[in-house]
Write a protein that binds this ligand. Structure first.
Ligand SMILES: Cc1cc2nc3c(=O)[nH]c(=O)nc-3n(C[C@H](O)[C@H](O)[C@H](O)COP(=O)(O)OP(=O)(O)OC[C@H]3O[C@@H](n4cnc5c(N)ncnc54)[C@H](O)[C@@H]3O)c2cc1C
Length: 494
């Protein structure tokens, strides 16, 4: 993890020479955990005490509730975050919602600084006619369902045989892959039982992914794109007329290795497809197809009886600068479900300024600003709520380093907490009847989920049956019960 490279704090104010600097971090996703880690390791001549709050009973934010279950390598990043929280110098309080269970005034009483790392969980809007029809979904809602988010319904309507996914980023690929994969091929992952059962009954045959620009302008990453070809019994289908490259595309392919790799992956797939067609092998190879369309801009979702029954696009062409412009040609696709994967969006937080255009907290390098653009003493932001919902987990580390550097530079001006005793905040939560969970509680829930995996029937794979690593607990009440039972047992032993 992070080495001791963060800039040293400015001269230590008197308050923090006699007691630790107390910092609350709201949000235990990667940004919050990295911020805690960087602060504890920063060069300083005073102690710090960090409490990390999350509205979920479990830590890790979108790694648990965003990253697709068939991405075990990425899910594995939690091992590094686990090490940070397992050291014992950072307290974790799960099942605590800022704005409901604790407000800013209360945090101010107990902490000298508050860092918001609340990320994003909602879908960005796509304003086209028909978006409200039954069968039109936000990708984030579907992701929350398949990742076993505690606060979304347990069932998902998977009745469509043909599906459109709008968007050309990794989330669009996750959604398309999860919709098109055969459910039994996901059993090896941590998917909850209700998700497996839902996907197993899906009658889907064709998933169409639509991007507005050309193959050189996609926002995928190479690994995620290549992964599409690994799904069993799912053919990738491409359309030669979509392979348009303007001068800007050519320049990008030459200058950017990532774009070059993706364009060559897509072009090779197209060549292989054309060769198969020449040999008369096209069609009927797989029971499901994943179509990748480019240069399509959504115009309208069509419906009958309030339900999606098609989608209309305007074909686009590249304008020489890599931008797309409409050609006036309209194309219709018969689909019974539409997923918009056009971005996530951060939510407003109580008593903190919010920029509704970007879904972020207005900030200057992580220093929270008020409505007039003036820094609010003692308040900071990091991760997606600071920068907007783009970028990989690793990028939140840089965010956190910048935010913590500013916090340390501001040390002398922090509003000193009136009641910094470590027990004061637990007393407050207890007095409010908040059923918070702890790190020990998470360890118990983590072990419980792994035990459920070990007890489940092994997953069928090409290499034979494989024991399941984990089965996720979905119900919030059950997550809290498992965590708190372990906590209470530990308290009564102490
Ligand atoms: C579908 C999807 C797939 C992705 N796949 C990958 C991938 O494969 N590889 C990769 O590197 N990156 C991936 N990412 C990106 C990665 O998830 C983000 O970069 C990262 O999670 C952002 O971290 P964060 O801590 O800012 O936000 P989050 O991970 O969203 O964490 C925020 C935390 O704050 C908590 N919170 C929010 N509001 C409150 C409140 N009021 N009170 C208390 N707690 C609160 C939330 O519960 C959450 O735990 C993916 C993202 C999505 C959406």
């Amino acid at each position: 993890m992070t080495e001791k490279t963060t800039p040293a704090a400015a001269a230590t104010p008197a308050a923090f020479s006699s007691r630790p600097l107390r910092v609350a971090i709201v949000g235990a996703g990667p940004a919050g955990v990295y911020a805690a880690d960087i602060l504890t390791k920063a060069e300083r001549d005073f102690e710090v005490a960090i409490d990390l709050f999350d509205r979920y009973p479990a830590p890790y934010g979108l790694i648990r509730y965003g990253v697709a279950p068939d991405h075990p390598r990425i899910k594995g990043i939690v091992k590094a975050l686990h090490k940070v929280l397992d050291r014992g110098d950072i307290r974790f309080f799960g099942n605590v919602d800022y704005g409901t269970d604790l407000d800013l005034e209360e945090l101010r009483v107990h902490y000298d600084a508050v860092i918001f790392a609340t990320g994003a969980i909602n879908d960005a809007d796509l304003n086209i006619p028909g978006i409200e029809l039954q069968g039109s979904h936000g990708a984030a809602d579907f992701v929350s369902w398949f990742d076993g988010h505690p606060d979304v319904p347990r069932t998902w309507p998977l009745e469509a045989t043909q599906v459109a996914v709008i968007g050309n980023g990794n989330v669009a690929l996750d959604v398309a892959r999860m919709l098109s994969k055969h459910a039994e091929d996901l059993l090896v992952t941590e998917i909850p039982e209700n998700v497996y059962r839902g996907l197993a009954e899906s009658p889907v045959t064709d998933v169409h992914v639509f991007g507005r620009r050309g193959p050189a302008q996609v926002k995928f990453t190479p690994l995620e794109l290549r992964e599409l070809s690994h799904s069993r019994d799912v053919d990738i289908v491409l359309y030669p007329e979509d392979f348009e490259f303007d001068a800007a595309s050519d320049a990008l392919i030459k200058s950017n290795n990532q774009v070059k790799t993706m364009v060559s992956t897509l072009t090779n797939w197209l060549i292989e497809q054309e060769e198969r067609e020449e040999r008369g092998e096209a069609g009927g190879r797989a029971s499901r197809r994943l179509h990748l369309h480019f240069l399509h801009s959504p115009v309208e979702i069509a419906g009958a009886d309030g339900k999606v029954d098609g989608i209309r696009f305007e074909r686009q062409e590249l304008d020489g600068t890599g931008q797309a412009r409409g050609t006036g040609e309209l194309v219709d696709y018969p689909v019974q479900a539409v997923y918009r994967a056009v971005g996530y969006f951060g939510s407003a937080l109580q008593d903190v300024e919010y920029d509704g255009r970007t879904g972020t907290i207005p900030n200057d390098g992580g220093k929270v600003l008020d409505g007039s653009g003036t820094q609010v003493p003692g308040l900071y932001a990091t991760g997606w709520i600071k920068r907007g919902p783009v970028g990989l987990i690793g990028h939140t580390k840089g965010d956190a380093a910048e935010t913590i550097a500013h916090l340390l530079a501001d040390l002398a001006g922090l509003p000193v907490a009136a009641n910094p005793a470590p027990d004061a905040v637990t007393g407050l939560l207890d007095s409010k009847g908040v059923e918070y969970t702890s790190w020990e509680g998470w360890l118990a829930l983590d072990a419980h989920e792994q035990a459920l995996g070990a007890a489940a029937a092994p997953a069928p794979t090409r290499e034979g049956p494989v024991p399941r690593e984990r089965v996720k607990v979905v119900e919030r009440a059950q997550m809290v019960a498992v965590s708190r039972t372990a906590d209470e047992a530990a308290r009564s032993r102490a």
